[in-house]
Write a protein that binds this ligand. Structure first.
Ligand SMILES: [Ca+2]
Ligand SMILES: [Ca+2]
Length: 146
């Protein structure tokens, strides 16, 4: 876990950087695909769905739910990913839905920076790190120009 300041722009600029975003999504996909069949089953995705829900709770929409309700929330999240409803999520579906969710999240955040505890291999942390390294190289350019 690391606590970072994040705003909507951090996320959108990461998602719109197709190269960086695709690479990060592929990494995450490979990590989740435990049996390496190139598809994510519900079981393989449960951990990630849990994280997505944690993201959701950051927006204050969390209500106390019992285990059965939580399972239903996970299932409906999984169905959102599984566009062709064949019971598994391929990399393309995963990327499309992740992108959509991250952009929705960016919209929710807007330009108001918030503090968030991010897990160290999460896409959001990658978005933050990307922004840092971009800022660092930009500052170097400014320093070199001066
Ligand atoms: Ca799999
Ligand atoms: Ca599918």
């Amino acid at each position: 876990m690391s606590v970072e300041i994040i705003d909507g722009t951090t996320i959108t600029s990461f998602v719109e950087d197709d190269e960086a975003f695709s690479a990060s999504v592929s990494d995450l996909f490979a990590q989740l695909d435990v049996n390496k069949d190139g598809l994510l089953s519900y079981t393989e995705m449960v951990e990630e769905l849990r994280r997505l829900r944690v993201m959701e709770t950051h927006f204050g929409v969390d209500v106390k739910r019992d285990a059965e309700e939580v399972a239903r929330v996970y299932e409906s999240l999984f169905e959102q990913f599984d566009h062709d409803m064949n019971g598994s999520v391929d990399e393309d579906e995963f990327k499309k839905e992740t992108k959509k969710m991250m952009l929705a999240m960016a919209n929710g955040l807007g330009s108001l920076p918030v503090q968030m505890a991010l897990e160290h291999d999460s896409l959001l942390l990658k978005a933050v790190k990307r922004e840092y390294s971009y800022a660092a190289s930009h500052n170097n350019l400014l320093a070199n120009a001066a």
